[in-house]
Design a protein around this ligand. Structure first.
Ligand SMILES: [Zn+2]
Length: 413
């Protein structure tokens, strides 16, 4: 059965007329339609609280304590994290709600319960790093939200003939295209959400060189395989305006002399890798982070996460020393051992176990010595290999299996 939804500003006569033209007598005024709120004012306060409540209820339903951290990880990722996905693909959720969801997920992960405030050993922005980068691969809601909204923008940009594109164009950018539509004050929540997604979309678009006259050589993204996707250096004697100025028209080849006059050797090398067609098409926008040039939420999220992490590294004084650890993490996650044991070792390597010396360093405990053998510093290494208990454990293992612990030279605690 069809139904019509009118804005609250619609005059009764107008409603009447539309009802009779379309021959649809029913008005749909449910609070929600397809799971989303139907009428959202300019303020989003409280509109999406139902998402937080649903996550809270579902996580609370899993009960406390019986589950291993590996099981909690699976449940959080497959159930709790996916509850807001549909709403997030249409609306930019309020920051407060994202925080609320995040705290439910991290409280449950670290403490087996939403309301249990156990130690969060790793801050959320790092827990959401991929497993290969030393995190647990949880989702940063705010960033995932933006990546999902970018998809809406991609659709508006690439399906110009769809009804939705036509309506949006008629209303918001009748005289330009989607990428150049201006941001107006007091626009609807829907439009603001789409523009929020457009920010990441713009960051990852690259022009595929065709006729090349529409590409600004200096401000557009057009050089694949480089970080900036545009020339890094513009030489003083540069004369090129568009990319077409760098191509010999008759032969449809890169004009190497011209390139060298305009940009650095490194840029020239990167440009020469772009193949030129002898029958050029229009310059097309493509998504730089997928081989097929089509926007994907996955790659956009990764881009956002990488940007977030590099900004954090920069703010912390550029400690990019975790580089070499990547292969160790990947090795750990591939090991054929029970998932909870993998997570145990993830914690051990990160020093996320409550050994006394660790707690002392984190100001949780006032003393750091080992209660079992009296050693002055109970580090994780001490409890696993040095302590009298550990020695007995390894002796038993040796008797049973013939295995010896590897000789380790660790100094950190
Ligand atoms: Zn000890």
């Amino acid at each position: 059965m069809s139904a019509i939804f009118f804005s609250s500003n619609t005059e009764p006569e107008c409603k009447e007329e539309i009802h009779s033209i379309l021959d649809i007598p029913t008005e749909a005024l449910g609070e929600k339609y397809l799971g989303l709120p139907t009428a959202i004012g300019r303020s989003m306060d409280g509109v999406f609280d139902f998402i937080g409540d649903r996550i809270r209820n579902s996580v609370n339903g899993w009960g406390e304590r019986q589950m291993s951290c590996a099981a909690r990880e699976v449940l959080l990722k497959s159930v709790a994290q996916s509850i807001p996905t549909y709403s997030m693909s249409c609306f930019k959720l309020p920051a407060k709600l994202c925080q609320r969801i995040t705290s439910y997920i991290s409280n449950y992960w670290w403490g087996s319960s939403i309301d249990n405030h156990k130690i969060h050993w790793l801050k959320w922005s790092k827990l959401t790093k991929s497993k290969g980068d030393g995190g647990m691969g949880f989702r940063e809601m705010k960033l995932f939200n933006q990546a999902l909204l970018g998809k809406q923008g991609w659709r508006l940009m690439s399906n110009l003939e769809s009804l939705c594109s036509k309506v949006m164009k008629g209303k918001y950018y009748p005289n330009s295209d989607f990428l150049n539509a201006t941001r107006r004050k007091r626009s609807t929540v829907t439009w603001r959400s789409i523009l929020h997604g457009r920010d990441i979309l713009k960051g990852g678009l690259i022009k595929r060189v065709g006729t090349s006259s529409s590409i600004d050589a200096w401000s557009d993204n057009w050089i694949p395989g480089t970080v900036s996707m545009k020339p890094i250096v513009r030489l003083d004697m540069a004369t090129a305006v568009t990319v077409a100025d760098l191509i010999t028209e008759q032969t449809r080849l890169w004009d190497v002399d011209k390139l060298k006059e305009n940009m650095s050797v490194m840029d020239v090398e990167a440009v020469l890798k772009i193949k030129l067609s002898s029958h050029p098409m229009e310059d097309l926008n493509a998504w730089a982070f997928e081989r097929n040039g089509v926007y994907s939420v996955r790659s956009a999220y990764k881009l956002l996460k990488d940007i977030q992490m590099s900004e954090a590294d920069y703010a912390e004084g550029g400690t990019a020393c975790s580089e070499g650890l990547g292969q160790w993490w990947r090795h750990l996650w591939k090991m054929k051992i029970p998932p909870k044991v993998r997570i145990f070792w993830w914690r051990a390597i990160h020093s996320f176990l409550p050994a006394k010396a660790v707690l002392l360093r984190r100001h949780v405990s006032k003393e750091g010595h080992c209660h079992d053998c009296g050693h002055s510093s109970e580090t994780i290494f001490h409890t696993m290999f040095e302590c009298s208990y550990a020695h007995r454990f390894w002796e038993c293992i040796k008797e049973m299996t013939g295995l010896k612990p590897p000789r380790l030279h660790l100094t950190h605690g």
